[in-house]
Write a protein that binds this ligand. Structure first.
Ligand SMILES: Cc1cc2nc3c(=O)[nH]c(=O)nc-3n(C[C@H](O)[C@H](O)[C@H](O)COP(=O)(O)O)c2cc1C
Ligand code: SF4
Length: 544
């Protein structure tokens, strides 16, 4: 992060909030105008100008948690804690713990709903008041592989590439042959992206690992960071070898505190093993990685908003082109990849592209981490062969909750179009899901069982995008607000038929005029519900 946002984060850590005098002193110390600092403080949701309550309970209001009864849970928590002095309950955007939905945090520490009552009681020393909060399910984790049998073997692929002087072209070709595509949502071919950045003549170059995952339903990178951070760091070091970079940055959401601590330990280990540091890429060929903590907001996952933040500006996406590979951080060529994408690089180079491809099924290539949430017995992160069907994934998770039939599926997180429940035969793969009219996204499957209120859930998704719009483009800023107003009425059963007819046009306007993916897809999930569940939607838009 730049000096300003880092300093703000430190000041807030020290005093609990940002005091006016401290901001003035910071402006004088850094020689920047006060309005610039105020502009950052007002943009980023993590910064606060008022002292925090003694105990702050944050409860997620987004789609997976809503499906798990989050709204009632929140109402009960508020009621139970209303009389406890110094305790406040706040609804927040997705905190990346949809596997323990309804997700909660106390003073920014993630907690299980089951533990919430006891923890709040302890924190507030008022046990009786906190007794009425109910339980949430325990998380489940399941995935196939770490290619290293023991800790001693870690970073072995990097060492062997260095030892035999593997060429950048050879590594790029292997990635191309493997069919690896970006796991952050857009699915861009990884080998091609690396080639573009390698060919740029400008120096220095940077590598940024995007660990900001903030879309409702998405939490698979969290577990890679927690359990396999060495693979991601090795992927970054190999990328540095290929493109010729000396500095890498992992940009991580601030809600991932425990994972950040784990990552910091992994960085120490990588330095001890010589995979980072002065001779990381060969004699006197340094490469090191630092952690930048996001000051908040889903939009920072968009690659150019992320870069703006790293440059100490408000996180508003840039117009593209130029792409980050050409002009990224500080205008220099920057390779930006997702956590999971980078973690696959050492595996592919160890196994070879053919073996990697063969790990997929039904013509798809490789493995995929999927975050599975919603109405299943064991929500969690599952690593499956790419091409696994949604039905097979749900079976791995113990089936649907209470064996109920599936009503609808969002196969790629909140921004993906909802499919009808009979799409359980759809393979989890970029191409197959696009053919079904949805997308794999970053790999986040949300299952809605019969009895779920699909209109309410789709409206909740649009509200998430409204809440998280950065406001730079007028159509996105105003259009999402209009859509939410229309949909709120519909959720209450008082939707206007005129509004229903307007929604497709509004969605099209946003798709065509928004500069980033958020605005482009903000209303699309609701439109998919209009197409697939026409009767249910019409029944909510009954007024003239
Ligand atoms: C609104 C928005 C949010 C995004 N959030 C993330 C994110 O949290 N993590 C991520 O890796 N990519 C995210 N992306 C995609 C990134 O812009 C970028 O394509 C990706 O990080 C590139 O890495 P990859 O090629 O390895 O997928 C987001 C895109 C948009 C439009
Ligand atoms: S589309 Fe929305 S989120 Fe994206 S840049 Fe425009 S206003 Fe910001």
């Amino acid at each position: 992060m730049g000096a300003i946002i880092d300093a703000l984060t430190e000041l807030q850590h020290e005093h609990g909030h940002l005091r006016s005098g401290d901001l003035e002193a910071l402006a004088a110390r850094l020689g920047v105008p006060l309005y610039r600092i105020e502009g950052l403080v007002s943009f980023y949701p993590h910064f606060r100008r008022e002292p925090p309550p003694r105990v702050e309970v944050a409860l997620c209001r987004d789609v997976s948690c809503r499906l798990a009864g989050g709204r009632d849970f929140c109402a009960r928590a508020r009621q139970a804690l209303a009389s406890v002095p110094g305790v406040s309950v706040r609804e927040v955007s997705c905190i990346g713990r949809c596997d323990t939905a309804p997700a909660a945090a106390i003073n920014e520490h993630p907690v299980h709903a089951a533990d919430l009552a006891a923890l709040v009681a302890r924190a507030s020393e008022a046990p009786a008041a906190a007794a009425a909060i109910t339980e949430g399910p325990a998380p489940t984790r399941r995935w196939a592989s770490d290619p290293y049998g023991s800790e001693d073997e870690r970073y072995g692929v990097l060492a062997s590439l260095r030892a035999r002087g593997a060429s950048a072209e050879e590594i790029i070709q292997t990635l191309k042959d493997s069919g690896l595509r970006g796991m952050g949502g857009a699915g861009f071919p990884t080998g091609l992206k690396w080639e573009v950045v390698r060919k740029e003549p400008a120096r220095p170059k940077y590598i940024v690992c995007n660990a900001d995952e903030s879309e409702p339903g998405t939490f698979k990178d969290r577990l890679v960071l927690d359990e396999l951070p060495h693979l991601m760091l090795e992927g970054m070091a190999i990328a540095a070898l290929v493109i010729g970079a000396e500095e890498g940055i992992v940009f991580i959401r601030h809600e991932y505190g425990p994972e950040r601590a784990r990552l910091a330990r992994a960085l120490d280990e990588a330095r001890r093993r010589g995979a980072l540091g002065k001779d990381a890429l060969g004699k006197d060929r340094p490469f090191d990685v630092r952690i930048a903590v996001s000051p908040g907001g889903y939009i920072l996952g968009e690659e150019t908003a992320l870069l703006e933040c790293l440059e100490d500006r408000r996180g508003e996406p840039r117009n593209k082109p130029p792409y980050p590979g050409q002009r990224g951080l500080y205008g220099q060529p920057t390779l930006l990849n997702n956590v999971e994408t980078l973690s696959y690089v050492p595996i592919i180079l160890k196994e070879g592209p053919e073996a990697w491809k063969a790990r997929g099924v039904r013509g798809a290539t490789g493995l995929k981490f999927i975050a599975l949430s919603g109405d299943v017995e064991r929500p969690g992160v599952y690593q499956v062969p790419m091409g696994t069907t949604i039905g097979e994934l749900v079976a791995l998770a113990g089936g649907t909750r209470d064996g109920k039939p599936i009503l609808a599926i969002a196969p790629g997180g909140a921004s993906s179009n909802f499919l009808h429940g009979d799409a359980v035969d759809a393979p989890l793969d970029f191409k197959a899901l696009a053919e079904r009219g949805s997308m794999l996204g970053s790999g986040a499957v949300l299952v809605v069982a019969e009895g779920g209120d699909i209109v309410d859930l789709a409206a909740n998704v649009v509200a998430f995008f409204r809440n998280e719009s950065c406001g730079k483009c007028v159509p996105c800023r105003v259009g999402t607000e209009k859509a939410v107003t229309m949909l709120e009425r519909a959720v209450e059963g008082r939707g206007s038929k005129r509004h229903l007819a307007l929604l497709p046009e509004l969605a099209e306007t946003l798709a065509e005029t928004s500069i980033c993916g958020l605005g482009q897809v903000a209303i699309a999930p609701f439109l998919s519900v209009m197409r697939t569940f026409e009767g249910e939607v019409r029944a909510r838009f009954t007024e003239e």
